[in-house]
Design a protein around this ligand. Structure first.
Ligand code: DGL
Length: 285
């Protein structure tokens, strides 16, 4: 089974893309809604919460976990991969969204080797928008400097976008004001971006408004398709892990908060009423 983790319901856009591209596998989606948003939390707290989520998904039978949450990928993934998995779960894998997104931003094929595979975009400016935690971590910058060192990266934290989406305020003059507030400085930069990555699971829900503000010449990337196509490639390159995934096309969705609230909030943008269960996470000793 593939576990998919997000702090909230935005990650359902990643789950939907995964199921479109890789429908044969079973999925378990966990949203830590009770403790979302993660965006402005400290490194230690995001790491602790993410590890609890990952361990919960492992205990439910997931052999592979995708951190759909950018904030968790940026703040917690490396420590989990480098410390927790080798010591406690050597047979499991946890993947994040930062590396595949940066590959797409630079126009690199999946699994590109730094310094060897040439990006299709070698010069110019690209941009990423994300939560405060994601942008403060400079995770996108660190990866981009490895993969495409001559590309300039503009980064913009948009702390008020997640609350807007959570409140269902994705359209109208109020939403547009907050979109302009963070997009205008990027677009007014001396070298404006050619590509803009929405580096947060909630932001695709603001895409129509973003698209109206950002000039048509700027390509706007969302992560669902990027993560799904690059996971398909990763599985092809890791047949031992692929072989361990269960195949039944099943989907289970759980939240740490009220399942009825979660089902209502997510049906607003998925247009589908979900069956949602409850998860209780425990501290990882
Ligand atoms: N899911 C988070 C992300 O992708 C955004 C929401 C939050 O701040 O928890 O960064």
């Amino acid at each position: 089974m593939i576990g998919v983790f997000d702090s909230g319901f935005g990650g359902l856009t990643v789950l939907a893309a995964l199921r479109r591209h890789l429908p044969q596998y079973d999925y378990l989606f966990l949203a830590d809604s009770a403790r979302a948003p993660y965006g402005a939390r400290s490194f230690d707290v995001i790491h602790e919460f993410t590890l609890e989520a990952v361990e919960w998904l492992f205990n439910e039978g997931c052999t592979l976990v995708v951190l759909a949450c950018n904030t968790a990928s940026a703040r917690a993934l490396r420590t989990i991969q480098q410390r927790h998995l080798p010591a406690r779960r050597p047979d499991r894998r946890v993947l994040g969204v930062v590396r595949p997104s940066v590959e797409a931003l630079a126009g690199l094929p999946p699994g590109a080797i730094p310094g060897v595979t040439q990006p299709s975009l070698t010069e110019g400016t690209v941009a990423v928008v994300g939560t405060e935690g994601t942008i403060a971590s400079d995770s996108f910058g660190i990866e981009l400097r490895k993969l495409a060192p001559r590309l300039e990266l503009l980064q913009q934290a948009c702390p008020l976008w997640v609350p807007l989406v959570e409140a269902g305020e994705t359209e109208g003059p109020g939403a547009d004001w907050f979109l302009h507030r963070y997009l205008d400085p990027l677009l007014a930069a001396p070298r404006p971006p050619r590509r803009l990555l929405l580096g947060c699971t909630h932001y695709p829900l603001l895409l129509p408004g973003i698209r109206r503000i950002v000039p048509a010449a700027v390509e706007v990337l969302t992560q669902g398709e990027i993560v799904a196509t690059r996971l398909a490639d990763w599985l092809a390159r890791h047949p031992d892990h692929e072989a361990r995934l269960t195949r039944g096309g099943a989907r289970r969705i759980v939240t740490t908060d009220d399942p009825a609230w979660f089902a209502g909030a997510s049906s607003r943008f998925l247009g589908e009423k979900l069956e949602v269960g409850r998860a209780r996470l425990s501290p990882v000793a």
